[in-house]
Design a protein around this ligand. Structure first.
Ligand SMILES: Cc1cc2nc3c(=O)[nH]c(=O)nc-3n(C[C@H](O)[C@H](O)[C@H](O)COP(=O)(O)OP(=O)(O)OC[C@H]3O[C@@H](n4cnc5c(N)ncnc54)[C@H](O)[C@@H]3O)c2cc1C
Length: 375
């Protein structure tokens, strides 16, 4: 690759992972975040490495997640070989209670299982845990999980070792555009020149990319809580029921999620939703009744109107790339998305078909663009 200067805006899992891949391929990479890296959705997430009720998603979304899931073991091995932080990648499996509650047919779930070559068993829930009475449960024993705040610390380490120039606590307020070409980004400290720019600013991407708006990439709040480790909790797998999931961590604590709320950029947990999560968690796993809540938080998933990420080149501005809209699955998708974006930025053909994620698809950048700030 010719030595291009790449500027990445946003140090979540997508920006950091792409920066690492690009730097490993020989690019000169600067990554800029308006705060410390890994403090937004990528920090707030649960770390389950499989879409929840994956059969409900568009096939292209599931295919991208499956590509990420397949790459994870090798990806984590490479990260662990270089980083001092352990992302706690494990295989707890995922038990989904009452998977057909939304009216889905078992055949569509079985098709999904077969298409993505997942190991799966149907049974009554009490064959796994005697206190659960649901008639139908789907057990996916090969699903992985990780402790995402630690993955983000590890990615920061490997990106730095690969030579990424990291600038934290500096916000981009606009892109530097001349005619039909992006030249870099503008911050309160001045302008940063670059040959190519990747905007990976999560739920905030719609504020930065000409042609996209905050109505097309928007925040979807998810609230979480974590029970402190307590003798006797003994949760061995991820369990999911009616949208609520419990995730065991290596230290014995249990993370509970989540809500799906359209509340703008407000990241405050609410008493009502937290009480709901707490009640639902104890109903699902009664041993939690004696454990203290150690932490409550909320994060903002980057949503799009068709639940598909925007992943690719800007249709009219040369040198501008976008990777956002990963909604509920950005951790699972990260290895595949980073590999694909790194290839595209290096002017190579990505292994994955990115056409379903084009920026100019219906609901994306309108055909009448450029207007406004690109001119
Ligand atoms: C509660 C919750 C649970 C989740 N659970 C899971 C799960 O179990 N599995 C899964 O796969 N996914 C999960 N997700 C989804 C996943 O976390 C996201 O899809 C993913 O983290 C998105 O990563 P990102 O890098 O695109 O965005 P972010 O992590 O939000 O990163 C964006 C970055 O851009 C920076 N930024 C924004 N604007 C600017 C600017 N103007 N200038 C400079 N920097 C800027 C921000 O500071 C931030 O660091 C969950 C999300 C939430 C909120």
């Amino acid at each position: 690759m010719n030595q291009r200067d790449c500027l990445i805006i946003g140090g979540g899992v997508i920006g950091l992972a792409t920066a690492w891949h690009l730097a490993n391929a020989g690019a000169r990479v600067t990554l800029l975040d308006r705060q410390s890296t890994g403090r937004e959705a990528s920090w707030a997430g649960g770390g389950i490495l499989c879409p929840l009720y994956g059969w409900r998603y568009p096939a292209s979304v599931m295919a991208l997640a499956a590509a990420g899931m397949r790459r994870y073991p090798e990806w984590i091995a490479r990260i662990k070989a270089q980083a001092s932080t352990d992302p706690e990648f494990s295989q707890p499996g995922l038990l989904i209670l009452d998977p057909l509650a939304d009216g889905a047919h078992r055949t569509s779930v079985d098709q999904w299982v077969n298409e993505y070559r997942l190991r799966a068993e149907w049974s009554a829930a009490d064959t796994h845990f005697s206190h659960l009475s649901t008639d139908s449960a789907l057990w996916l024993p090969e699903i992985h999980a990780l402790r995402n705040p630690r993955l983000l610390r590890a990615l920061r380490e490997v990106a730095l070792s690969a030579g990424v120039n990291l600038i934290e606590h500096e916000a981009v307020h606009s892109l530097w555009v001349e005619g039909r070409r992006v030249r870099g980004a503008n911050t309160p400290e001045g302008s940063l020149p670059a040959d190519c720019v990747l905007v990976a600013a999560g739920a905030w991407t719609g504020h930065l990319v000409p042609g996209l708006t905050p109505a097309q990439v928007f925040p979807v709040r998810g609230q979480m809580l974590r029970f402190e480790a307590h003798p006797g909790i003994g949760l061995p797998t991820v369990i999911m029921d009616q949208g609520i999931y419990l995730i065991p961590r290596a230290d014995g604590s249990v993370v509970v999620g989540s809500t799906v709320e359209h509340a703008g950029f407000d990241k405050h947990p609410t008493a009502e939703a937290q009480a709901h999560l707490h009640r639902a968690a104890i109903a699902l796993w009664p041993n939690l009744a004696h454990a203290q809540v150690a932490q409550r938080w909320a994060g903002l998933r980057p949503g799009t109107t068709d639940e598909r990420p925007f992943l690719g080149e800007h249709p009219t501005l040369d040198g501008l790339f976008v990777a956002t809209g990963f909604y509920r699955n950005g951790l699972a998708m990260a290895p595949a998305a980073a590999e694909a974006m790194s290839a595209l930025i290096q002017q190579k053909t990505p292994e994955l078909d990115l056409s379903p994620f084009r920026l100019d698809r219906p609901g994306g950048i309108p055909p009448a663009f450029p207007m406004g700030n690109a001119e």
